[in-house]
Design a protein around this ligand. Structure first.
Ligand code: ATP
Ligand code: MG
Length: 277
């Protein structure tokens, strides 16, 4: 799963993916309503890699993911699989990159199945109908995310965690090579957190997907990421393996948090400790 294979057409060929970075960001600057939000960010994500961006509230993580996804005007260079972002046509971009936003808009009156089927839009001809392969892809991702019983439910009536899994289902149904996941597990219970991240990791291994995510749960972030980037005040202040980035000192400096970092089986575990009075 999903039946939707990673995109192989359009402006980006999968053979290029092995040779060039999935994401290459150079000197990225973003201003929103005149306020500088990102100030000179560099970021490289190799094809097949999982990179998680962490950082305190307001650091610019969502802004960075939106800029990588081509959803924001930005100055500097963003390339996806070697193609400058601005050269990608909308339909080609949608086959290459799928985004789960932090707070997606919930369309009124839409069923879960129809919402997930929207992920197949880049494969459906203008004014055309979805194919049986498109329907099968939507069914498959819904099953894989423990949502088989939710097809006909109106999206707006789902619980926060159920809805978050539907947002991810739509992105997976899109069959893109690069997943941009902005806090994809923030509303999920710990069982569903593991289930969802294991599924994403399995898809990464089986289909060679690349993952660029943000997460506030630092222990879980460190267990799944190959590399982490710590963003603060619109800049990259640390980058490296989870062990290099998840240190008591860096977390004290940039989050003003008192934590203990202990060794886990799959990376460091970050335990918040109540500060001494
Ligand atoms: N239109 C805007 N005008 C001015 N500032 C903005 C605008 N949109 C966002 N910002 C600011 O940009 C900063 C970065 O926002 P962003 O959503 O990228 O942060 P984040 O790191 O994702 O935070 P969080 O952990 O809370 O999700 C925030 O301080 C936010 O208030
Ligand atoms: Mg955010």
């Amino acid at each position: 799963m999903p039946a939707a294979r990673p995109a192989d057409g359009g402006a980006v060929r999968s053979s290029d993916a092995a040779a060039v970075a999935a994401v290459e960001v150079r000197d990225l600057h973003v201003r929103l309503d005149g306020t500088p939000i990102l100030a000179g960010v560099d970021l490289t994500v190799a094809a097949g890699e999982w990179v998680t961006v962490i950082g305190p509230n307001g650091a610019g993580k969502s802004t960075l993911l939106r800029a990588v996804g081509g959803l924001l005007p930005a100055s500097g260079a963003v390339s996806l699989f070697g193609t400058p972002s601005e050269a990608l046509r909308r339909r080609d971009r949608a086959r290459v990159v799928a985004t789960v936003a932090q707070s997606p808009v919930v369309p009124a009156g839409m069923s879960v199945f129809d919402y997930v089927l929207l992920g197949r839009t880049p494969y459906i001809a203008p004014l055309g109908r979805e194919s049986t392969a498109d329907l099968a892809a939507a069914h498959e991702v819904l099953d894989g995310l423990d949502l088989a019983g939710f097809h006909d439910r109106e999206l707006a009536t789902l619980s926060g965690g159920e809805r978050q899994r539907v947002f991810l289902a739509r992105a997976l149904a899109q069959g893109a090579t690069l997943l941009l996941l902005d806090e994809p597990i923030s509303a999920l219970d710990i069982g569903h957190q593991q289930e969802v991240l294991e599924l994403v990791d399995r898809l990464r291994r089986e289909h060679g997907l690349t993952v660029l995510a943000t997460m506030h749960d630092l222990s879980i972030a460190g267990e799944y990421a190959d590399r982490m980037v710590l963003l603060a005040e619109g800049r990259v202040v640390a980058a490296g393996t989870p062990r290099e980035v998840l240190t008591e000192q860096l977390l004290a400096t940039w989050y003003r948090a008192t934590v203990r970092v202990v060794d886990g089986d799959h990376g460091p575990l970050v335990v918040p400790i109540r500060p001494r009075r």
